[in-house]
Design a protein around this ligand. Sequence first.
Ligand code: NAG
Ligand code: NAG
Ligand code: NAG
Ligand code: NAG
Ligand code: NAG
Length: 289
Amino acid sequence: MPLGKWAALVAMAVVMETTAAFPSSLLIKNEDDSITWSCSGSPGEQVEWKWNGNRLKDSGQELVINNLDIPYTGNYSCWAGPRLLQSFYVVMRMKHTYFFKTEGTKEEPAITCWAPSYNGTLNCSWNSQNAAIFLARLKHQDTEAELCSTEVALPGNSRVQVQLKNCSFCSYAEETPVTPLVLVLKGLSRDGGYSEVEKTFFLWDVVKPDAPAYLNITGRKVSWAPPASWDLPTTYFPLQYSLRLESASGRHENFLLELITEQKWHKAQIRCQDPLIQSSWSSWQEWKK
Ligand SMILES: *[C@@H]1O[C@H](CO)[C@@H](O)[C@H](O)[C@H]1NC(C)=O
Ligand SMILES: *[C@@H]1O[C@H](CO)[C@@H](O)[C@H](O)[C@H]1NC(C)=O
Ligand SMILES: *[C@@H]1O[C@H](CO)[C@@H](O)[C@H](O)[C@H]1NC(C)=O
Ligand SMILES: *[C@@H]1O[C@H](CO)[C@@H](O)[C@H](O)[C@H]1NC(C)=O
Ligand SMILES: *[C@@H]1O[C@H](CO)[C@@H](O)[C@H](O)[C@H]1NC(C)=O
């Protein structure tokens, strides 16, 4: 689709009905598709059509759209007098790059997800390309059941981070075979463009603990606590810690905590990882003296 065509559509987009929330069901069509709807009331009833709330001249049981294009997307409804018979929310499929920035020369959108624990919280981040509402849904591969979802409305050209809460990962269940998780990300622009991308991953590949809750140094004694977001008990969800010491001269040394011996340090900081899955390390805690 040539750019000039888009420019001409801007004025059109402004007057269109705006959707505050992601519509619960969409009729997803391609550019130039032809669409025919049939709608019937009781025998003898006159059927009328509305588009984004505006009465259409067409009446009768059938509405036809030839050559779908952006100006024809939106909410179509048929009515028998004041009675709503049906409604369809028509969107036009766009390339995913209409909504999602890709990284470098890659075709795939750059979407990153990470989980601070196994307890059902997942953060995902991507760069949006166009003003849109995004719906993020998490499911297991080969099933449709939703584990958790969230939606966010965004201006174009921004970095977004969403948090999916209460996801039932079932990560402790000994499922065989273990099915990966799939993040389904749908974008819908105000002008009716639509695209959908997926990212497949295993939970253990994206676990990154938050930084340890604190590091306390008193004389030669160090004490610390796991991040508050980490799963308990730590006997079941162990963490290992890495301590970084800075000498008075500014030299750094790293230790896994079980290896630590007497050291002369000036400043120290700490981080953690899940040793069983060798997860990503958390970020470092602040330096402590
Ligand atoms: C479409 O319009 C119908 C009739 O006004 C309304 O009931 C429905 O909620 C609208 N759908 C969306 C997604 O806005
Ligand atoms: C996850 O996202 C939420 C909301 O954007 C943010 O407040 C929180 O700090 C994020 N957590 C992590 C571990 O990145
Ligand atoms: C998550 O679950 C808790 C307890 O079941 C509930 O109170 C809370 O509203 C849920 N949060 C979301 C975002 O669904
Ligand atoms: C750090 O250690 C000191 C001395 O043992 C103690 O008084 C203080 O409560 C500790 N702080 C934390 C956050 O545990
Ligand atoms: C899960 O962890 C998040 C922080 O990562 C925390 O806010 C939430 O309360 C925890 N939920 C449960 C059920 O433990």
